[in-house]
Design a protein around this ligand. Structure first.
Ligand code: FAD
Length: 542
């Protein structure tokens, strides 16, 4: 990357420092409150740095709430021979699972076998096999799938945390029941589920508990270097009020906007680019009555997941479509939802109709542009680009990455940045818990029993929802409550004023949407009137 000096954009008025803003420069100012920005802010704050994070929307309001929500090594990357990425992601999967056993948990993936399982576009393994065994004609042979799963288990380490692959006779398994006639064999392997947007909110909470300032609805509208410091202009998105801040280092974790922030906000020239690849999901009422998920191979070489979701629903995704601009909000098109239904209907006994879709969402993968021909083939690895002109304050930009690698990415980012601002504290997040996650992997049932004894007025689904969302913090949230009435107003679907207050006070929620679609998914259950009542309550508190 070339070196360059940035200017504040013309018209960026004088502004003032908001109450509570640090008098002097902070060590680190992070742009973006997604998985990567919050992960970096948390790690830095834990190393004793002073940190400000600015997010122009809500935390996780962009890509980090729109993922497939898997901590996974990425089985399909094996076909791209991306073994280091798979190994790193599998190691991370286990570290992250231990650090947040409330918002993530192990999931078994059922892969049925059929006659038309084709390779992904441009995959090196398909090219090699096509040359050596032309009779496979672009199809994945069963022995290759078996070998891939064997390798996946081994890359995950010699002492696996999760159960290993096994072959399935689907005629005898509950997982075979929803599938069409003639589908009798398959495999089952392990990865993990994670509530992506809660994970981000918990990272931000942890960062704040370690001293970081988390500013949501605050856009970074200008940044220029003055010697060893960044002069950063923040704009309050609601009021338009501008404030100025100084920082020793700047992190650009703006996700889909990373290139825009680099060029327009910091005016840094460079050759790195981002390729925006839209991925959409649809949600239906529950399609099957067991807790395993399906990984379905398509005749186009792509895979589609059908995952148990929020107890009563099934999540189906995803797609890979090039997208023109981060400023055009992604939405699931009819063509994408038809494609996803088609992928499921090719395998399931009872077809999913368009009318069965109760919700859909879409996000942009901010992939590091490696000039691959197809969106599916672009690397899912990340790149950290450090700009350190002599004598001037450093800028680190994050391209690409996964929810699964956000902790490791943050550690590597700090490894490179910290010495430049005189911090030599070691990494610490590898063995730390997120707030509420301080219990062992097999400790959920014990927590559940303890909370049941303490709060018998919570029914099973309500109690388990609170434990999944807050872990050991559920006890704190419920402190002093002897009955449901002690939790204040009920907005519907077990959401109470006590819980909403917690999200406002500890998790930076500001609007009903923050509460219903990112701190929880209760938006799937509340009626329009209930949402309006919640919004009125939150406005009244503001
Ligand atoms: P974001 O979450 O987009 O955060 C960037 C933030 O920066 C945004 O909130 C934005 O508002 C803010 N911002 C931008 N400009 C400014 C500014 N000027 N001032 C202030 N704030 C600003 N990964 C997995 O590990 N597992 C999966 O199953 C998985 N599935 C995926 C499925 C799909 C469809 C997609 C799209 C991605 C998936 N990923 C998955 C990848 C993962 O979601 C992303 O890599 C990750 O969320 C990126 O996080 P981020 O922090 O870089 O970006």
């Amino acid at each position: 990357m070339q070196k360059g000096q940035a200017m504040l954009p013309a018209g960026g008025g004088a502004g003032s420092t908001p109450p509570g803003a640090p008098a002097g420069p902070v060590d680190l100012l992070v742009i973006g409150g997604g998985a990567n920005g919050c992960g970096i802010a948390r790690d830095a704050a834990g190393r004793g740095m002073s940190v400000t994070l600015a997010e122009m929307g809500d935390l996780a309001s962009a890509t980090s709430s729109a993922s497939t929500k898997l901590f996974h090594g990425g089985l399909r990357y094996l076909e791209y021979l991306d073994l280091p990425l798979v190994r790193e992601a599998l190691a991370e999967r286990d570290i992250l699972l231990r650090s947040m056993p409330h918002v993530s948990w192990p999931l078994r993936f059922v892969m049925p076998l059929g006659p038309d399982m084709r390779f992904a576009a441009e995959s090196p393994v398909s090219r090699i096999l096509g040359r050596l065994m032309p009779w496979t004609r672009g199809r994945r042979p069963e022995w290759l799938i078996r070998s891939g799963l064997w390798l996946y288990d081994r890359l995950g380490g010699r002492r696996p945390v999760l159960p290993r692959t096994r072959a399935l006779d689907l005629r005898r398994e509950a997982a075979g029941r929803p599938l069409g006639d003639g589908i009798s064999r398959g495999f089952e392997y392990s990865d993990c589920w994670v509530d992506d947007s809660r994970m981000v909110a918990l990272c931000a909470r942890d960062a704040a508990m370690r001293g970081a300032r988390i500013l949501t609805r605050t856009k970074v509208t200008g940044a220029r270097r003055e010697g060893g410091l960044w002069q950063v202009e923040l704009t309050d998105v609601a009021t338009g009020k501008i404030s100025r801040h100084e920082a020793r280092a700047l992190v650009n974790a703006a996700g889909p906007w990373v290139e825009q922030v680099l060029r327009r906000v910091t005016a840094t020239p460079g050759s790195e680019g981002v390729r925006l690849v839209r991925g959409s999901h649809i949600v239906t009422r529950r399609l099957f009555d067991h807790d395993r998920c399906y990984i379905l191979q398509g005749s186009d070489g792509r895979i589609v997941f059908a995952i148990p979701y929020e107890q009563d629903f099934t999540l189906i995704g995803t797609t890979d479509e090039d997208h023109p601009s981060p400023d055009i909000a992604p939405a699931c098109t009819r063509a994408e939802s038809d494609y996803l239904r088609g992928a499921v209907n090719a395998w399931f006994r009872n077809p999913v109709a368009h009318e069965d879709i109760v919700w859909s969402f879409s996000g942009l993968r901010p992939l590091h542009d490696d000039h691959a021909a197809s969106a599916t083939a672009v690397t899912r690895d990340y790149a950290l680009v450090l700009d350190t002109p002599a004598g001037l304050a450093p800028l680190l930009s994050v391209f690409g990455g996964k929810i699964t690698t956000h902790r490791h990415l943050a550690e590597e980012a700090l490894h490179r940045l910290a010495p430049l601002i005189g911090n030599s504290a070691p990494g610490w997040t590898r063995s730390a818990h997120l707030p509420g996650g301080d219990f062992p992997l097999d400790g959920f049932a014990g927590l559940d029993a303890a909370l049941q004894a303490r709060c018998p007025f919570l029914d099973d689904p309500w109690r388990r929802r609170l434990l999944r969302a807050y872990g050991t913090d559920a006890e704190r949230l419920l402190a002093g409550a002897e009955s449901a009435g002690d939790l204040g107003e009920h907005f519907g679907a077990t959401l109470t004023a006590r819980e909403v207050d917690w999200m406002i006070n500890h998790e930076f929620a500001r609007t009903a949407e923050d509460v219903l679609w990112r701190r929880s998914k209760l938006g799937l259950r509340l009626s329009g009137d209930q949402v309006a009542r919640l919004a009125a309550y939150m406005n009244g508190r503001a």
